[in-house]
Ligand binder design. Structure first.
Ligand code: BGC
Length: 367
């Protein structure tokens, strides 16, 4: 009997030991998994931070409604820049931000650009929470190398503008630019004048902020690679170098149409753009002539990086080819000092601040 109870006791003892060991094993496995899940969450948060390195200090407005501005509002804007000073937080010592790197680490390279699925302003606004009123942005974590005003000559192309904003805002943020988007809308129904609208954009943007670089972009052109940085270079830059419309090549060497950029200094050196090209064509060739005769050359990205897609459309009403363009282009050298930013005259009819862009409607007169 005594032998039986010893055997039973030993069996019970071993079973208990096994249960305790199993419990310990269970606890350690649980602890290991818990610690690993913390790691993963931490890594995910870090990753998110890198992806969101394009964040802003203040979130944008939450409505798509514009805020019309009276003359007093505009006068105020001239005095103060749109965005609050970087790193301004109550009670915290001011941190000095470093300059952003020459090449943004946020770039991803080639992009898919398609126009078959419609996009909405609401969607673009939701996907770009760090934009400020009027389509303004600057990086939060570093000081942008350039202050870029993006000028879009415009009339009745709301559908194209939606695509432009949808694609460009994320790209420009990844490019770590301090930028603002200005849509210069030609009021009335006179014949279109692209170059004059660009001059107006230059003048109006400078009234708002101390921009040092100007990108002039057609509303229907979307870059297919974010390494094509919308900034200025030591020479005037032609950015839309391989458009699908031209079989992804330059139509001719002097071509300067579509999207281009110029520093303030380069722009002033050529007295801005001509004001008297009414209708389609020639004004970009005149700008090229101005640059060439002022001793500047054109800088361009590679054909690969400079790929871009154009939204197909019919020719606009009141933008027929300008029959005088050939004669005008032949005389740029003589006319450029008289006709340009120095002789620009126009009337602002309306300024609207939308969440994704600033729209300035102007009367540019008629031929
Ligand atoms: C016109 C330019 C135009 C180019 C490409 C030229 O003939 O003068 O204004 O950009 O063709 O379409």
């Amino acid at each position: 009997m005594a032998g039986d109870s010893t055997v039973n006791f030993n069996l019970l003892h071993r079973t208990c030991k096994l249960v305790v060991l199993l419990c310990l094993l269970h606890i350690s496995v649980t602890v290991v998994f818990y610690v690993r899940s913390l790691d993963i969450r931490f890594a995910f948060a870090q990753n998110q931070q890198t992806r969101n390195a394009v964040t802003q200090l203040n979130p944008g407005r939450t409505t798509l409604e514009p805020e019309p501005e009276g003359p007093a509002d505009r006068a105020d804007e001239k005095k103060a820049p749109e965005l609050p000073p970087q790193e301004e937080k109550a009670g915290e010592p001011e941190k000095t931000l470093e300059k952003c790197p020459e090449t943004s680490p946020l770039l991803v390279g080639p992009l898919r650009v398609e126009f078959n699925i419609p996009v909405t302003l609401e969607q673009t606004k939701d996907e770009n929470p760090n934009l400020q009123r009027g389509g303004r942005f600057r990086p939060k974590d570093c000081v942008a190398l350039q202050k870029v005003a993006i000028i879009i000559p415009f009339r009745n192309r709301d559908e194209h503008l939606k695509f432009w904003l949808y694609y460009l805002h994320p790209i420009l943020q990844r490019q770590q630019l301090d930028y603002g988007v200005y849509v210069i809308n030609q009021g009335g129904s006179e014949i279109f004048n692209r170059a004059k609208l660009l001059n107006v954009g230059y003048a109006e943007a400078l009234k708002e902020y101390d921009y040092d670089c100007f990108v002039f972009s057609d509303v229907d052109l979307i870059p297919m690679d974010d390494r094509n940085t919308y900034k200025c270079f030591s020479q005037p830059r032609h950015l839309s170098v391989s458009m699908d419309k031209f079989g992804f090549r330059l139509p001719y060497n002097q071509y300067f149409g579509g999207v281009s950029s110029m520093s303030k200094e380069q722009y002033l050196k050529i007295n801005g753009f001509p004001n008297n090209y009414w209708g389609w064509g020639g004004e970009d060739d005149d700008i090229y002539n101005r640059l060439a005769s002022s001793g500047m050359s054109i800088s361009r990205p590679s054909g690969e990086v400079g790929k871009c897609r154009m939204i197909r459309h019919q020719r606009d009403k009141q933008n027929d080819p300008n029959p005088q363009r050939f004669d005008r282009i032949a005389h740029t050298r003589e006319t450029m000092h008289k006709d340009g930013i120095k002789s620009l005259s126009y009337k602002v009819l309306k300024t609207e601040k939308f969440p994704l862009f600033t729209k300035i409607t102007v009367d540019v007169g008629k031929p």
